[in-house]
Design a protein around this ligand. Structure first.
Ligand code: DSN
Length: 421
């Protein structure tokens, strides 16, 4: 019998060839975008399974369509594993991804015009945390707080308290997509309690690292809502989860469905269940520690070779290089230069960036994907030196070509999970 892949080759050559091209690209180079990872082969199997055929509006035991005996099993397993890993009272595993996940929380507990304290986008916050270009930023009144990049990116909590007293927010939101530090969640909670606000942490980037015990867990600090995507450090399929206190469970579930979404993607929910099962294994804690160790080595190598890092270093899996200050090139040129040596990163705004988002002043890098491939400290040192050399010699084609060969030789030793020869 033909494999699914043979069928694809026979019946849709354009898509087949793009798939083969993407596999070759992923295998030949290294993924250093901090929000990306290589998922488990078991998750790829679930994503391509018959669960994709099923509509499952509602929740286990309370569905609107028949035929749910197996979808109920996977959703219950996913919810139980999520609660166990995060020490959460309730878990909703249906959000299709990060943005709807956050919208479902806002729409459940805020009214249009309500005030939310959220981290400024250029300081590392996310679009859905109130950036003026997002619909969320238009519906709610986001008051932005900033970090102190020159003081290791710390948050000025005295200032935050003053802002909270003045703004009287309904919700205090923390979380980030480009902030290389950890948070003191208890301080956020204290401030929220002082002004009677709800607390929400969007830990999408570090959800996996929290599940693996390598970073602080806002559920332990008594946050009302903790949201996380499942495809970043967690290594799962694309999706989102909302963890909350039991007292909010009914309202959150209603907000996800029927409030915001229709049928959940049950093939992805199966993948989330598998991913959370992996995160419960002892090896997963080792993986998370190695992600952080690799980030330390990469950051130190970059610093030693001429990079200026936003906040001066990292406490998590990511770092941001100010490429304008360090090498006199903007983030777009830096991203393209590294692409040309098979190292994938992304251009990134830095705090209060004077440059626009498509030509910002930096790039963002992270270690979850490289760690998944089995890379360790010595490999990070090599990558750190090549990145620095490439950014210094961005207009030297022959030097870049030589580095590309070295990068691809290294990557050849670390197969991408789920891609066969
Ligand atoms: N696109 C994600 C990231 O790269 O951080 C956030 O949504």
């Amino acid at each position: 019998m033909n494999s699914n892949r043979d069928l694809l080759q026979d019946n849709d050559l354009a898509i087949y060839e793009a798939l083969i091209g993407e596999e070759k690209r992923q295998q030949a180079g290294i993924e250093l975008i901090p929000s990306e990872n290589y998922t488990y082969p078991e998750v790829l199997a679930a994503l391509g399974s018959v669960f994709t055929n099923k509509y499952s509006e509602g929740y286990p035991g309370r569905r609107y369509y028949g035929g749910q005996q197996f979808t109920d099993i996977i959703e219950n397993v996913a919810r139980d594993r999520a609660k166990q890993l995060f020490r959460a009272e309730h878990a909703n595993v249906q959000p299709l991804s990060g943005s709807p996940m956050n919208q479902a929380v806002y729409m459940a507990f805020l009214r249009p015009g309500d005030t939310v304290l959220g981290m400024d986008l250029s300081h590392g916050g996310h679009l859905t945390h109130g950036a003026p270009v997002s619909h969320m930023g238009k519906i709610y009144n986001f008051v932005r707080y900033k970090t102190r990049p020159e003081q290791q990116g710390s948050i000025d909590f005295d200032e935050l308290l003053k802002t909270a007293v003045e703004a009287k927010p309904k919700m205090v939101l923390c979380g980030y997509s480009s902030y290389p530090r950890d948070y003191d969640y208890l301080r956020f909670k204290e401030i929220a309690d002082q002004v009677g606000a709800l607390t929400m942490a969007d830990v999408s980037h570090i959800g996996g690292l929290i599940a693996g015990g390598a970073m602080r867990n806002p559920c332990d600090a008594g946050f009302d809502f903790v949201t996380t995507t499942t495809h970043k450090s967690m290594r799962g399929p694309r999706g989102g989860m909302i963890l909350c206190k039991e007292q909010h469970a009914r309202i959150i579930d209603k907000s996800v469905f029927p409030g915001l979404q229709g049928g959940p993607h049950m093939n992805a929910v199966a993948g989330v269940a598998i991913t959370l099962g992996k995160a419960l294994q002892p090896e997963y804690a080792d993986y998370c520690r190695q992600v952080l160790n690799n980030a330390q080595v990469l950051a130190k190598t970059l610093l030693a070779n001429g990079s200026e890092l936003v906040t001066g270093g990292t406490e998590n899996h990511m770092m941001v290089i100010d490429t304008v200050k360090s090498f006199g090139i903007n983030g777009r040129v830096a991203e393209e230069t590294l692409d040309s040596i098979s190292i994938t990163t992304n251009k990134q705004v830095i705090p209060d960036d004077p440059n626009p988002p498509l030509r910002p002043s930096g790039i963002r890098l992270g270690t979850p994907a490289a760690t998944t491939r089995g890379m360790e400290g010595e490999d990070m040192k090599k990558l750190g030196v090549w990145i620095s050399e490439a950014l210094k010699r961005y207009d030297d084609q022959s030097a870049l070509e030589a580095m590309k060969t070295e990068v691809e030789n290294l990557c050849g030793k670390f197969p991408v999970p789920g891609i066969s020869d």
